[in-house]
Ligand binder design. Structure first.
Ligand code: SAH
Length: 483
């Protein structure tokens, strides 16, 4: 049973630091089911490949078997595919050999661990019950390029057809922690072998290995579209354990607020979590957009698509366009919207555009309303006037909803150091007065009226955590009052 992981990150031999295994040595480890050997078939500056070879001892396994006594006399205990295929044993081995990396830590090179690097993994033989389709459904939502070759059941008898075994290659620029967690959980899921005992601690292991940030920045397992199947198979179809695991995953399944930087997003999410402020913000923006009667809407700086998903669910909106300067965010949004599975009609209704809000863009003209949620504070102050013109002069939607943090509220968060902003990428955060002065000037210059609404719990002294301004063109609000 063989697994290789290769990188072209430079210097490629960094892989040795990431995995705490020296590239010049062949090392062997004793495990409960046999032995694991770790070596590097290639290790130079350009390319470094580590190989994990497992030597499973099937007879030893039977002797240690913990299941019911009758099972001990079954022939398939002795004659089976376990020594040859990547299965739960590979997971156990990865966990024991690379525990530090799987926990996202490094003794010497923490910055390296936190960085996505190009990684290509090959599983020489993996049983894939559910076929290539399932393989793709498990790995593609996590961002992998998947290639798979199915093997014949027996090469001497092609008429027997294909067997359940595949050679699988997975490629992605990803952190080593994420890769190891994905392999740890998903290899046994592919195998779906029900033969061995699963106890309660398997639920803990599953949850502990589902924590690395996924493509949209939140823990990967909670966001995985196949999380039900993953939990069921990982926990060997023990329904009570599966229910328990899924219930606990659901608690973590909060939409993320920003997606510019995964780690910072997590920090900001942590700060705001107690309020579930993100949900309140999305809710408030949505109700303003609905109330103004808009049919066509823009989500400017849509990030990973939390608001877009809510807009899509509302029939009132006949055309929904998300815009972002970050291609990665747009990819996350497309995934979150399951864009590739939308019908032709839905695709015409929802569109994602790559663009910047500081340049005139004619594609943004002619919409009823626009949301600009937690975006202004990401702009360089010197680009703010370009942003104002782009939206209020050129795109000129009837209604514009702008939200931004209220800096005064930051003192309310115990975890935020005094004077700090909520997110590393925030260029500034406004007080209520600063926001009001800015918004009123913009409204005056461009012929809009503006009103302000708090989002989140309002404190007597410092106000609400998020502030919202609703701009309406005078013409449009005139039309509304005359209806
Ligand atoms: N509206 C989303 C994301 C907020 S994070 C939400 O509430 O969850 C800020 C977003 O603005 C990021 O996705 C970032 O890529 C985008 N952004 C920053 N500057 C931008 C610009 N000049 N043009 C377009 N998008 C921009």
């Amino acid at each position: 049973m063989l697994l290789t992981i290769e990188t072209t990150h430079q210097p490629a031999t960094d892989l040795g630091y990431l995995l705490h295994k020296h590239p010049a040595r062949v090392q062997s480890f004793s495990l409960s089911f046999g032995r694991a050997h770790v070596m590097y078939p290639r290790a130079d500056e350009q390319r470094c490949r580590i190989a994990v070879v497992l030597d499973v001892d099937p007879v030893g396994l039977v002797r240690k078997h913990r299941g019911p006594a009758v099972d001990r006399y079954r022939l398939d205990q002795y004659v089976n595919d376990r020594p040859y295929v990547a299965s739960s044993f590979m997971s156990v081995a990865l966990n024991e050999l690379f525990a530090t990396a799987m926990n996202g830590r490094s003794k010497e090179r923490q910055a390296l661990v936190d960085r996505p690097i190009p990684l290509r993994t090959v599983l020489a033989v993996v049983p894939c019950r559910g076929g290539e389709g399932l393989l793709r459904r498990l790995f593609e939502p996590l961002g992998y390029d998947v290639s798979a070759k199915q093997h014949a059941l027996d090469e001497r008898f092609p008429e027997w057809g294909a067997g359940p075994y595949f050679t699988v290659a997975l490629q992605q620029t990803v952190t080593i922690q994420s890769l190891l967690q994905h392999l740890y959980v998903l290899i046994p899921v592919l195998d779906n072998d029900k033969h061995y005992w699963v106890g309660r601690d398997e639920v803990e292991k599953l949850l502990a290995r589902g924590t690395a940030p996924g493509p949209d920045g939140t823990p990967w397992l909670a966001q995985h579209p196949e999380k039900d199947l993953i939990a069921r198979r990982y926990l060997r179809h023990r329904s009570r354990l599966t229910r328990d695991a899924l219930a606990r995953l659901a608690v973590e399944d909060d939409p993320d607020p920003d997606a510019t930087d995964r780690l910072d997003d997590r920090a900001e999410a942590e700060i705001e979590r107690s309020l579930s402020l993100n949900q309140q913000r999305v809710g408030s923006v949505l109700s303003v957009l609905k109330a103004c009667g808009a049919a066509t809407v823009l989500d400017l700086g849509c990030g990973s698509g939390g608001l877009l998903r809510e807009l899509v669910a509302e029939k009132q909106f006949t055309r929904i366009v998300g815009v972002d300067v970050s291609v990665r965010s747009l990819q996350h949004a497309a995934r979150r919207l399951r864009y590739d599975r939308l019908s032709e009609m839905q695709r015409r209704r929802v569109e994602l555009l790559h663009g910047s809000l500081t340049y005139r863009d004619d594609r943004l003209a002619g919409f009823d309303a626009a949301a600009v949620v937690e975006v202004v504070e990401h702009l360089d102050p010197s680009r703010l006037s370009a942003f104002e013109r782009c939206i209020f002069e050129f795109a000129r939607p009837g209604t514009v909803v702008v939200t931004t943090p209220n800096r005064e509220y930051n003192v309310m968060w115990e975890t935020l150091p005094a004077g700090a902003l909520r997110h590393r990428d925030h260029r500034f955060e406004w007080t209520r007065e600063e926001f009001r002065v800015w918004a009123e000037r913009v409204a005056n210059e461009h012929g809009y009226g503006v009103r302000f609404l708090p989002v989140g719990p309002v404190d007597d002294d410092v106000g609400a955590p998020t502030q919202m301004a609703v701009f309406e063109t005078n013409v449009r609000s005139g039309a509304l009052t005359s209806e």
